[in-house]
Design a protein around this ligand. Structure first.
Ligand code: ADP
Length: 503
């Protein structure tokens, strides 16, 4: 184990827009706390910097207090005060930045989706770096995530390094290349970046339109660039890169894919307080009790304990294969199973469509659609379900298939991105039996999904003993952050060593 402050114990600061459970929209939040905790366990000093959102779950922060300092940061030609709050989330020290800016950037009752998101997060990126700079901390690694904090990379090297704040190295992780953060070039100046210097094809100008692209800027300016699975890292070098493929090819020497882990403290059926009954791989009776409890809670038919229950927990956005999720509902009904969907959509048309499906099935006691975000209920669905559907069109990593397996729910997924790196087809004789853990399909069409579902239902109903062994095997797979955190540790150490050598 490395000790903080020793040559191998690193000081790592994550600057991010989300962190579970205090400010969570999706997988990014899980990564910040899961990876942060794993690195802390390895002996590194890990700190997190987040915006202080009005809508965050303050009850998830211990010892939340305002620090007796005001950090001033630059924006649109003026200096603004920022209140700095500190607290502990999941054992990790967190700094929350509350800007004293008339636009009330983080008093919007939601995390994203505001007309001025580009402004809000470029402000935050600048203020977060200013906090590190003014604190005099000797940080080794500044790790920023997704477009919201991608501004950190060019700001660090073009602004702060010139002030002598240059001992750290920048790691940027793109959790999804669909969201790249683009704006007219002049908007870069708001946070103090030099528009003329950066609005160039080899720096921040988008590869296909005249605007600037913040994720591109982070790819160009960071010392390390990662994405969240090896397969997705390959996919984004071609059309999956959404226009950034050539940039990623140019910078391929510093780019790699590391599969996310899951937080095995949060996601642990043997200690999970949200469950009716805790259970483990040796006690599937406990799992059955959770299935019975959920059926009761949702008013689902419960005459046949062995009637298979299919779960799906997702943001309802095109990436997740919404037409295939819809198909899975009808297919489950046809195959005689039960289906529970927990999902909400930021896209009004999709939300309306699923409200229509929910209404259609409201008197059917085998199908339930819960169109909301509900963390507690998500735990109960993982525990209660026998199978879990993830039919994504693309999926950078995906956490739900791993969480599902940990709770003994067998995944049925499309072979793409991180799903391809974590789910291996039960019937594929080309791979060793011990790693086969779910059902996969390749083509993003109804036929492909139906085939995988039929094979899963067949195995479940005709070979209960085989199914039971599959469930137990899935529950015992190590999806902890341990291995992936070691990979991050390795690339951080190498970058920090190069920084020391350069100094
Ligand atoms: P993404 O980051 O693209 O949304 P991931 O699979 O990486 O997808 O992460 C999704 C995370 O969000 C999981 O922890 C999942 O349990 C959670 N989640 C998604 N939708 C909901 C919902 N409606 N209610 C509760 N949790 C949800």
């Amino acid at each position: 184990m490395a000790l903080p402050g020793t040559s191998s114990g690193l000081h790592i600061a994550h600057i991010a827009a989300e962190m579970a459970p205090v400010a969570k929209v999706g997988g990014l939040a899980d990564v910040i706390s899961g990876l942060g905790k794993a690195l802390q366990k390895k002996g590194h000093l890990v700190e997190i910097i987040l915006p202080k959102y009005d809508c965050m779950q303050v009850d998830q922060v211990s010892n939340l207090k305002v620090l007796d300092v005001l950090v001033q940061s630059y924006f649109e030609g003026n200096m603004f005060n920022n209140k700095i709050w500190t607290g502990t989330v999941e054992g990790l020290p967190v700094y929350f930045i509350e800007p004293e800016h008339p636009a009330k950037f983080f008093w919007r009752a939601q995390y994203y989706g505001e007309h001025d998101d580009f402004k809000r997060f470029s402000y935050f990126s600048r203020a977060a770096l200013e906090l590190l700079y003014q604190s005099g901390k000797k940080v080794d690694i500044i790790h920023c995530h997704d477009w919201q904090t991608a501004f950190v990379a060019p700001l660090y090297w073009d602004v702060y390094a010139n002030l002598g704040f240059n001992s750290a190295r920048i790691c940027f992780t793109c959790h999804n290349f669909e969201y790249q953060g683009s704006a007219p070039a002049r908007d870069l100046a708001w946070c103090g970046l030099d528009v003329e210097h950066l609005d160039r094809p080899d720096r921040m100008r988008d590869n296909s339109h005249g605007r600037i692209n913040v994720v591109k800027g982070a790819v160009v300016y960071s010392n390390i660039v990662t994405t969240v699975s090896p397969t997705y890292a390959l996919e984004v070098r071609s059309e999956g890169g959404r226009g950034l493929q050539d940039t990623l090819k140019v910078h391929s020497r510093k780019f790699l894919g590391i599969l996310n882990g899951i937080d095995t403290d949060t996601w642990n059926p043997s200690t999970d307080r949200y469950l009716k009954v805790q259970y483990n791989a040796n006690d599937l009776q406990g799992k059955a009790a959770n299935k019975a409890a959920l059926r009761k809670q949702l008013n689902l038919a419960s005459a046949y304990p062995s009637q298979p229950l299919v779960g799906c927990i997702t943001r309802l956005v095109p990436q997740k294969g919404v037409h295939l999720i819809r198909h899975a509902i009808y297919k489950t009904a046809e195959l005689g199973g039960q289906f529970v969907l927990l999902g909400s959509s930021p896209v009004p048309d999709i939300q309306r469509e699923f409200e229509g499906i929910a209404e259609y099935f409201q008197n059917n006691n085998n199908i339930r659609l819960l169109l909301k975000y509900d963390d507690a209920l998500s735990h109960c669905i993982y525990a209660a379900s026998d199978m879990f559907i993830v039919p994504s069109i693309f999926e950078p990593c995906g956490l739900t298939q791993m969480i599902a397996m940990r709770y003994g729910s067998v995944p049925i997924v499309r072979k793409t991105g991180g799903l391809n790196d974590s789910v291996f087809d039960f019937d594929d004789e080309a791979i060793p039996m011990e790693v086969r853990n779910g059902f996969t399909f390749v083509k993003a069409d109804e036929q492909g999904l139906s085939g995988a579902m039929e094979r899963a239902f067949n195995c479940y109903t005709r070979k209960p003993e085989v199914w039971k062994q599959l469930v137990q095997k899935d529950m015992r797979i190590d999806f902890s952050w341990d291995t992936s955190a070691s990979q991050y540790e390795d690339i951080y150490q190498k970058a920090a060593a190069r920084a020391r050598a350069a100094a």
